[in-house]
Design a protein. Structure first.
Length: 284
């Protein structure tokens, strides 16, 4: 009997929307949750069947009918919004793969050193602690759960180029501080690679090969656009929100070599320069 593959996107944010076309191209029936009737219209136009504000029964039915589930909704102060709705003893008879999108923030501060897939989590802020708790919650649900720890996500419409263009970019300098990043298209191909290799269990780090400072990335974006970069600001004296300041509390370089090797997954954009050049070229 033909086994129809059905993918359920729990949260149709930036990554899920980038992954959906790859799923559709491979013949998946794709369903996506949203809280907005307006967004539901856009999902439908993109070939994603919308599931608007599902209640417990509707969510359970959709999950039970799915062969693949991608969870991209972030946890709030009360934890993962979808786990909170679920019966933890729920039966998922068709499930082959469930991917949970976490963050490399669960590794905490490495003092600028490298972390990899074998590094024990050691989150230092509440957001990352909630992510780690959500990872654990989903893993309890099924044996078919794969954890993806994402570095800072960028891509078309969500990059230093847009911030330089609209005047919101800043170059904040903190000694020896670096970020790791990942282009959204590389996330999507990694997820598809994992679906094709369910024998590889992870956890998986999704990060490019060249961590860098935030100021360096903004300066390169300004160079591409042919404008002067914003002025340098010292972290110690710069005015910023508590949320923005918290992003500078930890410094780490994230390796994804194990993930690349085990999944047979290659980065299309191995550094921020390649990624920003592609975004810029597509915008002109």
């Amino acid at each position: 009997m033909f086994h129809t593959r059905s993918a359920l996107l729990l949260g149709c944010g930036y990554v899920a929307k980038a992954t959906a076309p790859l799923l559709i191209a491979q013949g998946f029936d794709v369903i996506g949750t949203t809280r907005s009737p307006e967004k539901a219209v856009k999902l439908d136009a993109a070939g994603i069947r919308p599931l608007v504000n599902p209640d417990v029964k509707a969510l359970g039915d959709a999950m039970a009918a799915s062969t693949h589930i991608l969870v991209s909704a972030p946890p709030g102060e009360n934890g993962d919004p979808f786990l909170a709705m679920m019966d933890r003893s729920a039966d998922l008879p068709r499930l082959d793969w469930l991917g949970y999108l976490s963050t490399t923030g669960v590794y905490g501060d490495a003092g600028g050193g490298w972390v990899d897939e074998t590094t024990p989590p050691n989150p230092i802020d509440d957001r990352s602690r909630r992510r780690l708790a959500a990872e654990q919650g989903w893993q309890v649900l099924s044996d078919c759960v794969w954890i993806f720890r994402l570095a800072g996500i960028y891509g078309p419409g969500h990059s230093a180029l847009e911030r330089v263009r609209d005047g919101t970019a800043r170059r904040i300098i903190k000694a020896d501080h670096v970020f790791s990043r990942i282009h959204v298209d590389d996330i999507a191909t990694a997820l598809m690679a994992s679906m094709a290799r369910p024998d590889v269990t992870g956890p998986f780090n999704l990060a490019d090969a060249e961590p860098s400072s935030q100021a360096e990335t903004v300066a390169f974006a300004a160079q591409l656009l042919g404008v002067d970069p914003p002025p340098l600001e010292d972290f110690g004296s710069a005015e910023m929100s508590p949320m923005l300041r918290s992003f500078y509390a930890a410094s780490r370089r994230v390796s994804s070599e194990v993930t690349q090797n085990t999944l047979g997954w290659a980065l299309k954009y191995p550094n921020y320069r390649d990624g920003l050049r592609a975004i810029y070229a597509a915008s002109i």
